[in-house]
Design a protein around this ligand. Sequence first.
Ligand code: MG
Length: 203
Amino acid sequence: MKIICIGRNYVAHIKELNNAIPTAPVFFLKPDTSLLIRNRPFYYPSFSSEIHYEAELVLKICKVGKNIQKKFAHTYYEEIGIGLDMTARDLQDAAKEKSLPWAVAKGFDQSAPMGRFLPKSQFYDVKDIFFHLDLNGKTVQQGNSGSMIYDFDDIIVHISTFMTLRTGDYIFTGTPAGVGPVKIGDLLEAYIGQEKLLSCTIK
Ligand code: MG
């Protein structure tokens, strides 16, 4: 299983981090050891002093595919969920400065808390999925799949040009504006619509 994450997919988030709008989807990987499931706590790692949350819609890939055509892309996922792309922003900024890879900043253990999934059939329109993240009961991020620069199908087409998608792979589809730091004792709760699918305590 692999976790593929799209970066820079919402204009307002790109602006908040002073990045350029991409001309093609930007993606990176997290290893399977980054997965954090069943609402288990996230333990603040010793190597960072600036861990940020990034709430993102997540696709679960349901069959193997390579060089997927756009018209078939929607058949490669049956479930949609929400996850957190936990980011060691201090390490990422240091890596960016030196044009080095982001692996340590994005791929450390527990860096992918993942909530429950919902069947795609439950959604009236996958281009109009509202989601939000609460930090200690206050909403800090709100997004809608309709605001993504690259939609689910574009993402699947692009990734599968380079990498075979396999059953059970996850795709994090990018975060909207409002990312920010967590501290020990915080509670993160992520929702699709009004349904809470993930909660995560920072320990
Ligand atoms: Mg992200």
